[in-house]
Ligand binder design. Structure first.
Ligand SMILES: [Zn+2]
Length: 389
């Protein structure tokens, strides 16, 4: 590992980039109260009306959806709710949502308001795209994340499951990028500790993988660095006390900044292997990432090459003296919030064939293309084997 002076940038200004600003961001405790204004702004511009709220049944039971509906009613907006989004949203679920929109608002362009975690936001992007004329723009979308993790409010692409072809498909385009990302930390206070931790680990990995990504730029670095600093500092606090208003606000903003970073830079091998663990063994996304994170970082550091300054920047942001300290520090940090490193071989029934299958799936995942150290199938198998306990 090369020694890099403190304060070095991960990405010099000579690296070319195109910066597209993305959604308007309305952030702060109580921001939900301004949802009606944002909807009316969109309708004034498009001369249309009505709202479709896309969410999941679990969130509806918490009362958050009722708060959203009350704000929309006060704005005089006719509203329908699509609340049967599955945990991993499917193409048929999104098609059904689009039919609800067509029946409720024939020939019109209602605003889609997405309320929930990554699944609800991804499904809403699909509904916004499929419910509109395919030759024109998708329906306008306003995203209200209720978890501090995915950063799905930063871009227009939703990940859906196609149960017929048994694969993940992307749905959406630039026109389904949310017009507004409404970040109200009060909506995240009720998230249980386990979900707070798993989604927060996801946000940290977004920030770290973006910071060292081959696709990084000066702009993505700025977002990633700020996200990394905030999530590292505040997830343990939000996990320990979900009613800590400062920690919840810092986490929601940190996760959003991490989303802004990854949307610009892409991710890496932790996500490639994590996606495979979720697809094959049903592991929750953030937990799957933590299982392989220390080994992927250690292996990447072994041959950091031109990416050494990026790793040094990551270490510096986490208050470490040397990038070599990253694998152990990351493992301790996720473990402390109940998201342990390492793959429990027995719990997942992970034999040699399973490792091969996971490595094959991960090697085909485009998310791996931006990894700072490229990994072939054999390297991915090695990472999985070394992560197994
Ligand atoms: Zn992720």
């Amino acid at each position: 590992m090369t020694t890099v002076p403190a304060g070095a940038c991960a990405c010099p200004a000579t690296t070319p980039f195109l910066h597209e600003p993305g959604p308007a961001v309305d952030s702060g405790p109580g921001a939900l109260a301004r949802l009606g204004d944002h909807v009316l702004d969109v309708h004034r511009a498009t001369r249309s009306g009505g709202v479709v709220v896309v969410t999941d049944a679990g969130l509806r039971a918490t009362g958050i959806v009722d708060e959203v509906l009350a704000v929309l009613a006060a704005a005089g907006q006719p509203t329908v709710v699509v609340d049967d989004v599955p945990g991993n949203p499917t193409v048929p679920a999104v098609e059904a949502g689009a039919r609800v929109v067509a029946e409720a608002f024939p020939g019109s362009r209602p605003v889609v308001v997405a309320v929930g975690g990554g699944s609800a936001l991804d499904a809403a992007k699909g509904v916004a795209r499929l419910a509109a004329d395919p030759t024109g723009p998708g329906l306008a979308l306003i995203a209200i994340p209720t978890t501090a993790g995915t950063g799905a409010e930063t871009n227009g692409f939703g990940v859906l499951e196609d149960p017929v072809r048994r694969c993940k498909v992307y749905c959406g385009d630039g026109t389904t990028t949310p017009r507004v990302a409404l970040l109200d930390p009060l909506l995240t206070h009720g998230l249980p500790p386990a979900a707070t931790a798993a989604t927060g680990v996801d946000a940290l990995v977004h920030a770290l993988e973006s910071l060292v990504s081959r696709g990084r730029s000066a702009v993505s670095e700025a977002f990633a660095a700020e996200a990394l600093r905030r999530v590292w500092r505040w997830l343990p606090v939000a996990h320990a006390d979900g009613s800590d208003a400062t920690a919840r606000a810092e986490m929601l903003l940190g996760a959003h900044l991490a989303g802004q970073a990854l949307t610009r830079s892409g991710l890496g091998l932790v996500h490639g292997l994590g996606h495979a663990l979720t697809a094959h063994h049903g592991v929750v996304h953030g937990r799957a990432l933590a299982m392989v994170l220390p080994e992927v970082v250690a292996w990447s550091l072994d041959d950091a090459g031109a990416d050494a300054p990026a790793w040094a920047r990551a270490a510096e942001l986490l208050g470490l003296r040397h990038p070599g300290e990253l694998p152990v520090a990351l493992a301790r940090w996720t473990d402390a919030v109940g998201v342990p490193p390492g793959i429990d071989r027995a719990a997942l029934g992970l034999g040699p064939d399973a490792v091969d299958a996971l490595a094959t799936t991960a090697s085909a995942d485009p998310v791996c293309r931006n990894a700072p150290r490229a990994a072939d199938r054999a390297a991915l198998s090695g990472l999985l084997t070394r992560s197994a306990r």
